[in-house]
Design a protein around this ligand. Structure first.
Ligand code: ADP
Ligand code: MG
Length: 479
């Protein structure tokens, strides 16, 4: 009998607001410890939380993008537990009435199939502070800069059945929250992180098995490896007749294994109750309509438009829509080169992507703007330069030497389409290589390429290749 794995993800996306969820303190990353912790964030008696409107709108934007229900009244609840980085003794979260519920997200899997992943809920909550451990001084310090930073916790139903599918879903959410501009998606800084709930059951059975929760894995690759490891561990344990316990586990990437961290609390342990300091969060139809009106075209819709409207291959459309900055760049370029979608896609996904990758840059930091790259492509189209020369011009543009026209002029790269110059070069190589000429004329046609190469060399690689070829064929035959 075989096993089926069952996975549900809880994703924490930090909403990119200027100030915190319930205070005016800054959310900027990387400040000196405790320089961005207001009296509210450190729970001074007498302070009161005030909800951040921008965080609410960002949560609504997410809900609309996944076709979810937006609650007209949602409720902030206190989730009570003790930890040194949580000075109030409770986290303000949403429990019974989250702002977003019952959504779904279409996820394309590696094999090209698409699945609809049910999103049970997405709720607003505040982040906790951070403990900083100093091994040398055997001391722990507390940094409350992160305390109160707004999070959207996005909870999927347990409907994913492999580590690869779980990561495909995670990537799709990652693309979406960045596309919507509600989260910067920076996993290294913890702005986008996920807990993976994993269980296994006998294939063909319905009842869910006992699950474990792997906490805060911070890269796509490690999420995949952690889930894979956990699936195998559970199957091995069950086949050995062991009983699994519901618990929270940590992934040790270096050793590629998960380790128990704590037995899993039940909701009851948290003594959730509505926060008396915060009235129910009211959202009107007008609020929702305003957020909807500001939504960008969503990644899936745009990908379809590129395939059906522009005739791009599926793989090009998918890659262009992996992030909004790339898709926007492509469209800006296409605006300057109407009808040349495939050529634009080739440059964005080819030369430009390679240059960005080589320096580990995001599209936002590109050194060649879309109009500049369009300018280069236009010079190939009008015959000023060859496709081969264009790669050198691209490199020079990347190095900051100016736009295509300036570089072509400064370096004298114009393609030679002047018949006189080409004829002269052709005559010269024919005179230079009489043996090869004789050989060619007795039927060794492969030597054409030799003559093309020699003539191109004389013309510094800048001859119009079609013209050169035609002239050479002619002369080699007739003289
Ligand atoms: P809690 O609030 O205790 O974390 P939930 O019932 O809200 O628990 O579920 C949290 C996450 O765990 C969800 O993403 C859900 O899909 C997932 N999940 C629940 N039960 C299982 C299970 N048996 N196997 C895998 N994932 C599960
Ligand atoms: Mg949970």
């Amino acid at each position: 009998m075989s096993w089926q794995s069952v996975i549900g993800l809880e994703i924490h996306a930090q909403l990119c607001t200027a100030s915190k969820l319930f205070s005016g303190a800054s959310t900027a990353y990387g400040a000196e410890p405790n320089t961005q912790a207001s009296l509210v964030d450190v729970a001074m008696p007498g302070t009161l939380p005030v909800p951040n409107r921008a965080a609410l709108d960002k949560a609504i934007a997410f809900g609309l993008a996944v076709n979810a229900t937006i609650a007209r009244h949602s409720v902030f609840a206190r989730k009570n537990y003790f930890y040194s980085d949580l000075p109030k003794g409770y986290q303000i979260s949403q429990y019974e009435l989250p702002i977003v519920s019952a959504g779904a997200l279409a996820v394309r899997l590696q094999n090209g199939r698409s699945i609809d992943v049910e999103i049970q809920r997405a709720h607003l909550e505040e982040d906790a502070g951070k403990s900083l451990h100093d091994a040398f001084h055997a001391a722990t310090g507390l940094d409350f800069n992160r305390a109160g930073v707004p999070l959207l916790e996005i909870v999927s139903a347990p409907v994913l059945h492999s580590a690869q599918d779980a990561v495909a879903y995670l990537r799709t959410v990652h693309t979406l929250v960045r596309w919507l501009g509600i989260c910067d998606g920076n996993m290294a800084e913890g702005s986008f992180r996920c807990d993976a709930n994993v269980s296994v059951r006998r294939t063909g059975t319905q009842k869910l098995g006992t699950r474990t929760e792997i906490k805060n894995v911070n890269s796509f690759r490690f999420v995949e490896k952690a889930i894979e490891y956990e699936i195998e561990r559970q199957i091995r344990a069950l086949e050995n007749g062991e009983t699994l316990v519901q618990e929270t586990r940590l992934y040790d990437a270096a050793a590629h294994r998960t380790l128990p961290m704590r037995s899993k609390e039940d909701a009851d342990d948290y003594r959730y109750f509505p926060d008396p300091d915060l009235p129910p969060l009211a959202v009107t139809d007008a609020d929702i309509a305003a957020v909807r009106a500001a939504l960008p075209e969503l990644p899936d819709a745009r990908r379809k438009r590129y395939i059906e409207g522009l005739g791009l291959p599926d793989s090009d459309a998918t890659q262009l829509c992996a992030d909004k900055a790339t898709a926007d760049y492509f469209e800006a370029m296409l605006g300057a080169l109407p009808g040349q979608a495939k050529t634009c896609a080739n440059w964005v996904l080819g030369e430009l992507a390679a240059a960005l990758n080589a320096q580990n840059l995001a599209m936002e930091s590109t050194r060649i703007s879309a109009p500049m790259l369009a300018g280069l492509v236009a010079r190939i189209a009008d015959g000023t330069i060859s496709g081969k020369t264009a790669k050198d011009v691209f490199a020079a543009m990347w190095a900051g030497e100016g736009d295509a026209d300036a570089i072509v002029a400064a370096r004298g790269l114009q393609q030679i389409s002047d018949t006189g110059a080409i004829t002269a070069a052709v005559d010269a190589v024919i005179a230079q290589f009489p043996m090869q000429l004789a050989d060619y004329r007795t039927g060794n046609e492969k030597l054409l390429q030799f003559f093309v190469g020699q003539a191109m060399k004389r013309l510094r690689g800048q001859a119009n290749p079609q013209q050169l070829n035609a002239l050479l064929r002619d002369k080699l035959r007739s003289d």
